[in-house]
Design a protein around this ligand. Structure first.
Ligand SMILES: Nc1ncnc2c1ncn2[C@@H]1O[C@H](COP(=O)(O)OP(=O)(O)O)[C@@H](O)[C@H]1O
Ligand SMILES: [Mg+2]
Length: 320
């Protein structure tokens, strides 16, 4: 796979380091785009490979309303042919409707903010059944590359495919790291994170050697940073030393708004206008991360001499 095709696994074997939060907010921000920030809208597919199914909840989708999931996709045996992934996806209209519904359930008065919409985002959800997939897959042919096969026919419809992964290196994470060419690593700014971080680096090396030579680290982002804490700063410095070029200059502070957004049924970047302090602080940090992410992609494409304008702008040109 060409390096400038962007299939990104958000991974870290450590639980609770903001993998889902980062995957969901990056996906929502890249899909929406932000004119003032110089971030064009893009077509994004978000894949949830964690049986906890938190990606759907982050968009206000009730778990019991999810029908087809990543589980059906990975374990389905239609002969050797995997089903087209298209029919499994929750599209922009449904995502928008569920975010607005969730908002109205929690706010008796008023109308949902105008920002609570998404036009270019699709979600392949998961649910608890996916935890059974690890066992079911274990005796199936091509068990490590099923997601990759399922993605192949539709990958060119998207500018970015972002895969949220569970906190372990089982078959689900291996499927994510086999389908991806890039890994984005959120690292929580706390002591035990350093151990988890080196474990992940070893796993990535192992996958590179055995299954997916194309896999590379795209970047590391520090999350839940507390600027006043010495330990928090120490962990950031250590990570910066071990992977000097990969650390994003944007880091995400520990903020109540970020933690509360899933409860409100929408990613913080769509729920709150980005502001330098107050309610929109977490939104601003994730928007800034999305912009840095986009710039890195642009720089890399320039390096390879490719122009790959966003599919959203290509479609707009086509309509003109
Ligand atoms: N920047 C942040 N500030 C405060 N809480 C956060 C932040 N990022 C994530 N959280 C909260 O931390 C918990 C773990 O985050 P999550 O994204 O689910 O991690 P993971 O997917 O790695 O398990 C969640 O309750 C989430 O809302
Ligand atoms: Mg998660």
């Amino acid at each position: 796979m060409d390096p400038y095709k962007m299939v990104i696994a958000v991974a870290n074997q450590k639980g609770g380091c903001a993998k889902t939060t980062t995957a969901v907010n990056l996906a929502a921000a890249l899909a929406r785009g932000h004119k003032k920030m110089g971030l064009p809208p893009a077509k994004v597919l978000l894949i949830d490979l964690d049986p906890q199914g938190n990606c759907a909840t982050s968009f206000g989708i009730e778990k019991k309303r999810v029908k087809k999931t990543a589980y059906d996709l990975l374990t389905n045996d239609l002969g050797e042919e995997l089903p087209l992934m298209d029919e499994y996806l929750i599209g922009p209209e449904d995502l928008t409707a569920s975010m607005r519904n969730a908002w109205m359930l929690r706010n008796e008065k008023g109308r949902p903010p105008a920002t609570l919409t998404t036009e270019n985002l699709w979600l392949l959800p998961s649910d608890i059944h996916l935890s059974g997939a690890e066992i079911e897959l274990s005796h199936k042919i091509g068990r490590e590359t099923r997601l990759k096969e399922a993605l192949a026919p539709i990958i060119d419809n998207f500018d970015y495919v972002i895969i949220d992964t569970p906190p372990s290196l089982g078959l689900l994470s291996i499927n994510a790291l086999s389908a991806a060419n890039w890994v984005m690593v959120p690292v929580q700014a706390e002591y035990y994170s350093l151990e988890g971080f080196s474990m992940l680096m070893n796993s990535v090396k192992m996958i590179q050697r055995r299954i997916n030579r194309n896999l590379k680290i795209f970047g590391v982002v520090m999350t839940m940073v507390d600027a006043r804490s010495k330990l928090s700063r120490h962990v950031c410095d250590q990570v910066a030393l071990s992977i000097p070029n990969k650390l994003f200059s944007t880091s995400i502070r520990r903020l109540v708004n970020v933690a509360e957004a899933p409860w409100s049924g929408a990613p913080t970047v769509l729920l709150n206008k980005p502001t330098s302090s107050g309610a929109g602080a977490g939104s601003l940090e994730y928007w800034t991360l999305a912009r840095e992410f986009h710039r890195r992609v642009q720089d890399m494409r320039r390096e390879f001499g490719v122009r790959d304008p966003s599919r959203v702008s290509l479609e707009a040109q086509g309509r003109r």
